[in-house]
Design a protein around this ligand. Structure first.
Ligand SMILES: Cc1ncc(COP(=O)(O)O)c(C=O)c1O
Length: 556
């Protein structure tokens, strides 16, 4: 890709030959000149010159500023190609030149303020210049989540299909808050979430053909918030308007922090949030006995238990709460049970992992993050509810300006009533594209590959006597650490903390950590789309190499 000339004073010239349309500030993509391929495609205001404009012949006449069109189809075509090339190059370079992309950004806080101007420009700047700044100033400040050597937190998986879906979504840019505002956006979401529910073998009551249905929330945090609100409203209809202070919720101490936040937003008193203790005896899954005891004790004190948040694949260690017994307890007390399967739920499209959500039949709601591990680029959090009216009753608003008439009113979904915000992205397009362009079998295999790579890493750890695998692995996360010497847990925590910092400071890989039963644990999570066996092997080599320092140093 080449750019044409753009002079300092805004007298942009086009050069070369071809069909380029004059775009921004007198530069031309590729090899083309602005050869009048339609008047007025040339847009440009002359960098630093109020009066310049490109006139379609690729020349700036310097007399009159042409009105800029924010969405000019030819400019989009031209610049869109440049942008796609830029992004494709980014992915290629991540693979081919990893040394240029420290996985964990190595910049210091405030680095960007020092290298960007204090205020926004008054006049347009060339895309070329902007992309140059992205390369030189922004990319060094990125942690490369899509690097093949990214093993931290949980991945945010991308794919070409997901990217194209995001692109199409950004391009069409419809806002389907009611059926009327874009019938296809609503109807596709209903259909695609039914497809996905079937791939996950969710019970029929989660399908749109029954009383339930699916909705794509922006994030897992939003998903848990809306179901807490729905459950709260349902119970308060029974228990009365003044019952808020008596309402109690349950989850394990491994539950994602979004649950506490959702409860606080929902007005649940902090002291009524019961986070039940877990330990290694249940591989950090919630013990049903503790739940039963907590509920009985709360009932005896006059509290009103109304919500259980179970997790399949906790953020810390991918622990699995036992849905079958938890669901039975929830059902017997009439408590809403939500299943947060943000990460691991995606794996349940594979028959061999589906067992982890056995018991979901007794749940009232269930969510996954398709942007975590279903290659659906950020963000995309499908949520299914057993009874859509519980959600709608809690969140419905009816301003006159959104009213409309439609022949089959009852058959129409208005997703504004299933979520917090009014405006919403056409996310189902992306999910639809991922499902269609790959097909379920490929998606299953992508997931299986990641799980196998995690197993590979786990084997390396298990074979090294200086290390230990800490939890039973179910999916693509390995929890491990340098093993304690002479039972000294404090020293062990210190060594692992140092090891983590050292390894990440190389920029060659990025792993993260957690704490389990007071132990500092290293997490190795596979899920980036470019990761292959060689990256896992290299990651282990780096960890082992840096660990020798701690193994042979008495200080540690
Ligand atoms: C189990 C679990 N639940 C919820 C979330 C929050 O999801 P989001 O970041 O989409 O809000 C996460 C994120 O890591 C998670 O692991």
């Amino acid at each position: 890709m080449e750019y044409g000339n753009s002079t300092e004073n805004g007298i942009g010239k086009s050069n070369g030959i071809g069909n380029g349309h004059g775009i921004g500030n007198g530069y031309v993509n590729g090899h083309g000149i602005c050869n009048g391929h339609g008047n007025g495609h040339g847009i440009g205001n002359g960098h630093g010159n109020d009066n310049g404009y490109v006139n379609g012949n690729g020349k700036v006449n310097g007399e009159k500023m042409k009105k800029m069109k924010p969405m000019d189809s030819e400019m989009l075509r031209e610049q869109g190609h440049i942008m796609v090339d830029f992004i494709a190059d980014y992915y290629k370079n991540l693979e081919d030149s990893p040394q240029d992309f420290p996985v964990l950004s190595q910049v210091q806080p405030g680095y960007l303020r020092d290298i960007l101007p204090d205020s926004a420009p008054d006049h347009p700047e060339p895309l070329k210049e902007l992309l140059h700044d992205v390369s030189k100033k922004i990319i060094p400040g990125l942690t490369h989540w899509q690097s093949p050597s990214y093993f931290a937190y949980y991945a945010s998986s991308t794919s070409v299909a997901g990217f194209l879906g995001e692109m199409l979504n950004a391009g069409l840019s419809v806002v389907g808050f009611t059926w009327l505002t874009s019938p296809a956006a609503t109807e596709l979401e209903v259909i695609v979430l039914d497809w996905l529910a079937k791939l996950l073998q969710l019970p029929d009551h989660f399908l749109s053909t029954g009383r339930g249905g699916g909705v794509i929330q922006g994030t897992g945090c939003e998903a848990v918030l809306v179901v807490v609100l729905a459950a709260r409203d349902r119970i308060m209809k029974k228990a009365g308007k003044n019952s808020l202070s008596q309402l109690v919720v349950y989850a394990s101490d491994q539950t994602h922090s979004s649950f506490r936040k959702a409860c606080l937003i929902g007005g649940i008193h902090e002291e009524n949030i019961r986070l039940l203790k877990t330990d290694s005896s249940t591989n950090y899954g919630m013990p049903p006995k503790s739940l039963e005891e907590a509920i009985s004790s709360d009932l005896a004190k006059g509290f009103i238990p109304f919500f259980i948040c179970a997790t399949v694949g906790t953020t810390s260690s991918a622990a699995v709460d036992p849905l079958v017994p938890l669901g039975k307890i929830a059902k017997s007390y009439g408590i809403w049970m939500h299943v947060d399967a943000a990460y691991a739920g995606n794996a349940c499209i594979c028959p061999e992992f589906r067992k982890h959500i056995d018991g979901v039949e007794n749940a009232d709601s269930f969510n996954i993050n398709a942007h975590k591990w279903l290659f659906a680029n950020q963000t995309c959090s499908p949520l299914w509810v057993k009874d859509r009216y519980s959600l709608i009753d809690a969140l419905k608003t009816n301003p006159e300006y959104l009213e409309y008439k439609v022949s089959k009113r009852d058959e129409v979904v208005n997703y504004k009533d299933w979520q917090i915000s009014l405006s919403r992205r056409f996310r189902s397009l992306k999910l639809w594209m991922v499902l269609r362009l790959y097909g379920a079998e490929n998606l299953r295999n992508f997931i299986r590959d990641h799980v196998n790579l995690a197993k590979h890493f786990e084997d390396y750890v298990a074979q090294d006597a200086h290390f230990e695998v800490v939890t039973t692995r179910y999916f693509s996360l390995v929890c491990f650490r340098l093993a304690p010497v002479d039972g000294d847990e404090d020293k062990c925590n210190e060594r692992n903390r140092e090891l983590l910092a050292t390894v990440n400071s190389t920029g060659k890989i990025f792993i993260s950590h957690t704490a389990l039963s007071g132990k500092f644990i290293l997490r190795f999570a596979v899920g980036a789309p470019l990761t292959e066996e060689k990256h896992v092997t290299e990651a282990w080599r780096i960890i082992q190499k840096h660990a020798t320092k701690f193994i042979h140093n008495k200080k540690f």
